[in-house]
Design a protein around this ligand. Sequence first.
Ligand code: FES
Length: 87
Amino acid sequence: MAQVKITVRRNGPFRVEAPEGTIELVDAEGNPYDLTGKTAFSLCRCGGSVNKPFCDGTHSKIGFQAAEAAVQKADETVPQEEPKPGA
Ligand code: FES
């Protein structure tokens, strides 16, 4: 079984669960975030967190819809084209 589990939360963050010390999270310059004592944390994917890259719950306040939900909703509203005779 894998040591790291990442769960894509419905219309929410990526939940990362890993034994302490088994995962490293770094910024664009390679500077590590302090994950001391953490065995789980959530990464923002809505873009609204003021504590990026971590989720701060803003996704709920702004009504974030994950891409997969948005695509599914768009597909439901697009009328299906009728096949042309002889096509
Ligand atoms: S996913 Fe939670 S604040 Fe962005």
